[in-house]
Design a binder for this molecule. Sequence first.
Ligand code: ADP
Ligand code: MG
Length: 263
Amino acid sequence: MSALESEIDPDATPEPKLQISHLDAYFNDRHVVRDITLSVPQRRVTAIIGPSGCGKSTFLRCLNRMHEHVPGARARGAVMLDGVDVYHPSINPARLRRHVGMVFQKPNPFPTMSIRDNVLAGHRLNGTHVDAPGELVERCLRQVALWDEVKDRLGRPGVSLSSGQQQRLCMARVLAVEPEVILLDEPSSALDPIATAHIEELIEELKERYTLVLVTHNLQQAARVSDYMAFFYLGNLVEFDRTDVIFTNPKESRTEDYLTGKF
Ligand code: ADP
Ligand code: MG
């Protein structure tokens, strides 16, 4: 969708950033993600919801090829990022993860690194040169609204921060490698309500520039921050639509049952 088209119809679905076709994922012979076909719109928040164990995290890990690092795991199908197959043999998974970054449920700053070095850690691991590291650290910490809180103690360990601050630091670490897609796996479920509100505000701001895929079991959170929602059940994609449509007019009875707390 061009900028002009969005003037005509602001509700039109944007161009897909990721196109997932017939994606299957296994742990040994357990088939946990089943034939998922889904387009993720660019510069929007797409929430993945569904009961515990339905394959949300596994699906997310397939999008930046982290799934293949889990023992016994394999995936089949296609994941296209701007039309490029991320499973093509010539794609280097470590380089892919600079385009498709990930934030986990439990904040995981590198325990031996300072706040500053945690922001730069992606570049250090990849061996990429940063021209002005001080400026990059400030820009990324400002983006996650952490700069004012930590600017006087950038040399202190990342793990000396509160858990909400640590999660924002982890988001700054992802932003520092300038990804296009950010995968968030229950990023606030280990945080208190104030820290959760900060993360939600941040997600809303980031979608102006990035494509976000948010796994959450918190339906209120999905309602607050997502534009699109995918409902997973037993490894299958049951329904995908705009968030307001899913909440007000779900097409599948299983979606409705889940939203109304029947399971
Ligand atoms: P969700 O994130 O929706 O809770 P997961 O993707 O973590 O679901 O899990 C999907 C299924 O895969 C579950 O049945 C889970 O037990 C199984 N599973 C997850 N991780 C592993 C693993 N490392 N080894 C074997 N089975 C796993
Ligand atoms: Mg999970």
